[in-house]
Design a protein around this ligand. Sequence first.
Ligand SMILES: Nc1nc2c(c(=O)[nH]1)N[C@H]1C(S)=C(S)[C@@H](COP(=O)(O)O)O[C@H]1N2
Ligand SMILES: [Mo]
Length: 312
Amino acid sequence: MLNIPSPEITPEHIYLSRRKFMSGASKIMLGAALTVACSDQTESSNSDFDSGNRQTDRDNLGDSWTSYKSITNYNNFYEFSVNKERVAVMAQDLRISPWEIEVGGMVKNPGRYHVDDLLSKFDQEERVYRLRCVEGWSMVIPWTGFPLRRLLDEVEPTMNARYVRFETLYDPVQLPGQNDGWYSWPYVEGLRLDEASHDLTILATGIYGRALLPQNGAPLRLVVPWKYGFKSIKSIVRMDLVSEQPVSLWMKAAPVEYGFYANVNPNVHHPRWSQDTERRIGELQRRKTLLFNGYAEQVDNLYTNMDLKIHF
Ligand SMILES: Nc1nc2c(c(=O)[nH]1)N[C@H]1C(S)=C(S)[C@@H](COP(=O)(O)O)O[C@H]1N2
Ligand SMILES: [Mo]
């Protein structure tokens, strides 16, 4: 039997469920084509960027940053395209300024914020994180942003608030993928309040010290490095503090495949593929996937006494 290493060869998370008619053989050929296209593009170096006054160009496990070119040209953003290599072009005209984000629900101080105001209000920090997509590929991305906790402190969640629910812009004209009736738009994600308040959880505004580009979720996107990439919702316009666990777009689309927690976990496999290993974009060898994407020391206390196979 041909061992297809990962669903990365397919362009979308629920590819198989949608395109059952596609034969195994043509899938493998498409896979080969995409892999070639991808390695072409990831070969490029970071040399066109001055990393002069940075403290490091590696993450905390010693891995090098993924090239800016790959980070900005190999994207999952279904509002534009399910083809990772087309997202960057399709997204370039997204109007990202002015941009407001509304924070409401169970908070003492609901409000609307201009992204520009958030940028001046909160110190922007650089955070180099691994991003592990549920499809089995990963990158190391030097984000700029600020802890989500800062904004939560500002709005003051009330006693009954237990979760944060996030929403992406809904605008089928600018985001043509939202005409695809397979999914329930807008893209929604959620975190438990303690996860949202964790120091690793940031709202990102930049990459490589530059302003975030539309394909990466400009002007403001969530980054939760110990969870699969799909939790890191892009181009956020709304956040609500709620008492009930939010239902995300992926939970609605395929509840057996995508749970609420989505913690990176090599011991809990996707029903259609293993999560044992991943391919770091720009590298040829697959590497072992780490529990909580290598951030177990920082986050495993959030999940004591929880069965991660049930709460996947
Ligand atoms: N709104 C929105 N957010 C999204 C997605 C999406 O399709 N729409 N894709 C997710 C997935 S599956 C991944 S892996 C990451 C990819 O982020 P990147 O393209 O910046 O690397 O974004 C996540 N956030
Ligand atoms: Mo992903």
